[in-house]
Design a protein around this ligand. Structure first.
Ligand code: SF4
Ligand code: SF4
Length: 105
């Protein structure tokens, strides 16, 4: 229901929720994580075969030598408020957002 979303001054506002990040395109730069206030996504390690190793515990976490690269993963999609900030800072255009009026309840 589109009319349910308004800004403080009553203007119509359509949230654009982050639903996915393309792991083959993401460079794990962390910009989206830093700008998001809702902890919707986190950095995960990926091995040489492209398999997700798990959530990163910090900059020095090399997953026992298995780490090839880092990617951002949307692991708490339900926390997103649809502000769109993450899409504006992403240098790789690898995020998928969905308008609130297109979300299936
Ligand atoms: S749209 Fe806003 S709240 Fe949602 S993941 Fe992006 S920065 Fe976070
Ligand atoms: S800003 Fe884009 S490229 Fe950087 S970690 Fe987020 S999704 Fe990946």
């Amino acid at each position: 229901m589109t009319s349910a979303f308004v800004t403080r001054d009553g203007s119509t506002w359509m949230p654009e929720y982050l639903t996915a990040i393309e792991g083959t395109t993401c460079i794990g730069c962390g910009r989206c994580f830093k700008i998001c206030s809702r902890e919707v996504m986190h950095l995960y390690g990926v091995d040489d075969a492209g398999e997700i190793l798990g959530i990163s515990k910090g900059q020095d976490d090399d997953f026992d030598g298995e780490l090839n690269r880092m990617v951002m993963v949307v692991d708490h999609a339900g926390r997103c408020v649809g502000c769109g900030a993450c899409s504006r800072v992403c240098p790789k255009n690898c995020q998928t957002h969905i308008a609130a009026d297109k979300v299936v309840a």
